[in-house]
Design a protein. Structure first.
Length: 425
């Protein structure tokens, strides 16, 4: 019996004794073709462009009662061809994306624990990175207080390599510990959130183990969103302080402002700007780090789809000023188009020889819903580099840089069962 069928059997047996009021099983199959000719960084000479198909496959098991909410999401992430047809074992593509339980303690107080996505506001600082096939999830515990008039969350996590007998040094590439508070209040036309994060990173001294330490930075910030008739305005303001992992004093900020106008029921126009502080000449100096890091956000969503900035890159660098506009047009209920333009500048001096102009990006996207279970998306992006881009990316070959992709998302609900029904699989 397969893993999925065993889980389904257990959950249905629990349902027979009226423990659970509802069970839902849905699936996601998401293959994506990409052609990369300068994606994430400038295209170098004497290499071939990359072309491949990656695929995410998920099964999502969900159980709900008034006092318990249980969620389990195993996934397989692979590139077509990364294992042979007659394979004995896969290349570690199978993982557990989510496995959590949320328990009602008393009225308005819930406790959520386990491996889970942490998503807040517009995902600028905490997001699930849904574009990445593997996604992002945390091993964490969250206490939630959610009366009708506001929301208050306290979250915490502590990471370790294994069940060791001695020592607490973390060698996995993640945070050592974090604690955060998130508060949200909604009014008729305004929504406001406040976030405070204490983030601990493991420092390991290769020479003197007595100097191993957990070094903490703090981030405090607000997310605001307002609507007035056909206008929507949103803003983020974050400030980082404390210590970075190299023990530099951290003083950095992010500020953004975006406005969207619904010109018609089918046409939306947007204009915005985001500033993230950075270090002159692309590195901390004199024990000070002025570069902001959007630690756990869905960074692919911001600063251009080609991921030149803050997607596994551009950390502790010259920062970024992104001035952008977008046009979204809905042709009908099934088809939509999106055009986005980004003009980038460094927020600090790159060097003494080039301007702070980091170039221009164009993103085109179209979506088509074939039916309620199947959707198709196509994308094309091009980056127009400058001398500043070449200096920051350390590539002076002068090639064109573009990226194209096509993605199919198949997301059916396979099975739904309620305890008051006699539905059988």
């Amino acid at each position: 019996m397969s893993f999925a069928k065993k889980l389904l059997f257990v959950f249905l047996m629990l349902g027979v004794v009226n423990v659970y009021s509802q069970f839902t099983l849905d699936a996601e199959l998401r293959p994506r073709f990409e052609f990369r000719h300068g994606y994430k960084t400038l295209y170098p000479n004497n290499v071939d462009p990359a072309a491949f198909v990656s695929q995410r496959t998920r099964l999502n098991f969900e159980f709900k009662t008034e006092k318990l909410h249980l969620y389990l999401s195993p996934q397989d992430v692979r590139v077509w061809g990364d294992v042979p047809q007659l394979n004995v074992a896969d290349n570690n593509g199978f993982s557990l994306h989510q496995a959590w339980a949320e328990i009602l303690l008393i009225k308005d107080f819930n406790f959520k624990i386990g491996r889970q996505e942490i998503v807040y506001d517009d995902q600028r600082f905490f997001g699930n990175v849904g574009w990445a096939q593997q996604g992002r999830s945390h091993d964490a515990a969250i206490l939630k207080f959610e009366p009708s008039y506001f929301k208050l969350h306290f979250g915490a996590a502590y990471n370790q390599d294994n069940e060791s007998l001695t020592g607490n040094i973390l060698t996995v590439n993640t945070y050592k510990s974090l604690q955060y508070i998130w508060v949200n209040k909604n009014w008729e036309r305004l929504s406001a959130s406040f976030l405070f994060l204490n983030n601990g990173l493991q420092y390991i001294d290769a020479i003197d183990a007595s100097k191993n330490d957990t070094r903490y930075s703090q981030t405090a910030g607000m997310h605001l969103k307002a609507s007035i008739d056909n206008f929507n305005v949103s803003s983020n303001l974050y400030y980082q302080f404390g210590k970075d992992v190299a023990d530099n004093d951290l003083s950095a900020y992010l500020f953004s402002l975006e406005a969207n106008y619904a010109a018609t029921s089918n046409l939306n126009l947007g204009l915005g700007s985001e500033l993230q502080s950075g270090n002159d000449y692309g590195a901390p100096a004199n024990g000070e780090n002025k570069a902001f890091t959007p630690l756990y956000g869905t960074n692919h969503k911001f600063n251009g789809l080609m991921d030149y900035y803050y997607v596994g890159n551009h950390i502790n660098n010259v920062g970024l000023l992104d001035i952008y506009g977008n046009v979204k047009y809905k042709l009908n209920t099934k088809t939509s188009f999106n055009l986005a333009l980004h003009q980038f500048y460094a927020a600090a001096d790159i060097n003494n020889y080039v301007s702070n102009n980091l170039g221009f990006e164009l993103d085109l996207l179209t979506s088509y819903e074939l039916n309620e279970f199947v959707g198709l998306k196509l994308g094309y992006s091009q980056y127009f580099a400058t001398k500043g881009t070449e200096s920051v990316k350390n590539n002076f070959d002068g090639n064109s840089n573009y990226w194209a992709w096509a993605m199919v998302t198949i997301n059916p609900t396979l099975f739904t069962w309620n305890k008051n029904e006699t539905t059988k699989l």
